[in-house]
Design a protein around this ligand. Structure first.
Ligand SMILES: [Zn+2]
Length: 206
């Protein structure tokens, strides 16, 4: 999506509405270019999602399931889908009794996948007056961290000051681990804490 006047792809969505249609998902957007200020309309349409056969392997078991996907999209091996068993990675695609690496979804008979509940990897800094203990943590993507949380991590009890996400810095509210880049914290002299992240540490550097 880019501005028809200046070609910038910094586009703000001012408004969107769905248009009623039986077979397609049609959305009309009112857009504004953040570069030159030009306001314009664009229409996106896609075939409505329908269920596809999905076989998920998890360790030595496999489960038959189905997943709703948009027929006009493309699927390839390695893609991650959100199934009713959580996140899965596509390992095989069957189209007319043949295994293929990628296909337009509407041609697909069966999708094979393996379960990969992928944790979010975030950075966690403890400010020790000039020195910093820095950790990498693997957390559930939905795990919520808020500025002000008192956390035990390794040998420290710390309070969260700032959370840097993909697009901003938070000093209030909360963020889910799935969008957090790094948490900045300082030690506090408390004996109690809200939760302990020590077991989630996968790497430490200082
Ligand atoms: Zn523009």
């Amino acid at each position: 999506m880019e501005c028809p006047i200046c070609g910038s792809d910094e586009i703000e969505i001012l408004n969107s509405k769905q248009k009623p249609s039986k077979k397609k998902l049609i959305e009309e957007y009112l857009l504004k270019c953040e570069e030159c200020g030009h306001v314009f309309k664009d229409i996106f349409s896609a075939k409505k999602p329908k269920p596809y056969r999905l076989i998920i392997s998890e360790q030595d078991k496999s489960y038959k399931s189905s997943i709703n996907l948009s027929p006009s999209d493309e699927l390839k091996c390695g893609d991650v889908l959100l199934s009713d068993l959580g996140q899965v990675e596509v390992t095989g695609i069957e189209v007319k009794d043949k295994r293929v690496d990628k296909s337009i979804i509407e041609d697909i008979d069966t999708i094979w996948a393996i379960s990969v509940e992928i944790p979010a990897r975030i950075g966690f800094s403890v400010d020790l007056h000039g020195e910093v203990d820095s950790y990498k943590l693997d957390l559930d993507r939905d795990f919520e961290i808020a500025p002000g949380d008192v956390i035990k991590i390794d040998k420290h009890i710390v309070k969260v000051h700032v959370i840097k996400t993909q697009d901003r810095k938070l000093t209030s509210g909360f963020a889910k681990a799935g969008v957090i880049k790094r948490v900045y914290s300082k030690p506090v002299k408390f004996n109690n804490y809200d939760y302990d992240l020590t077991k989630d540490i996968c790497k430490k550097s200082s």
